[in-house]
Design a protein around this ligand. Structure first.
Ligand SMILES: [Zn+2]
Length: 118
């Protein structure tokens, strides 16, 4: 069984990875927006600036949604990589928001079994 400190460390690392993932997605969206906006400006300098911004924004949103879809699948798999973030009794994940329940109660939110030492 794991101690509170070990679980807290695993959970914070997990939260850090999720936060950097969100920041990376926003960066990808911003870079896509700027890139499309500049390319449209170079290719067609007479283009209406509103149309140019809307086109760049539409493209950036599509790229961000695709990135979110890909990382969500990856995040579900990654949550199981750290054995400390999987319940030893029912094998369900203890990451996501479940980690807060585990830290406050010491029990698995799925099966109710004790997962942290007293
Ligand atoms: Zn469990």
């Amino acid at each position: 069984m794991r101690s509170h400190a070990e679980f807290r460390w695993s959970y914070w690392r997990y939260c850090g990875r999720q936060t950097s993932r969100i920041l990376a997605i926003f960066s990808v969206g911003a870079v896509t927006f700027l890139g499309i906006w500049l390319i449209v400006g170079l290719v067609n300098p007479m283009e209406n600036p509103t149309v140019r911004s809307e086109a760049a924004m539409t493209f950036a949103i599509i790229v961000v949604l695709a990135a979110v879809g890909l990382t969500m699948r990856h995040a579900a798999r990654e949550a199981r990589l750290d054995p400390g973030l999987v319940c030893p009794w029912c094998d369900r994940p203890l990451g996501y928001l479940y980690g807060i329940i585990v830290l406050s109660s010491g029990n698995c939110p799925h099966c109710g079994e004790r997962v942290l030492e007293e």
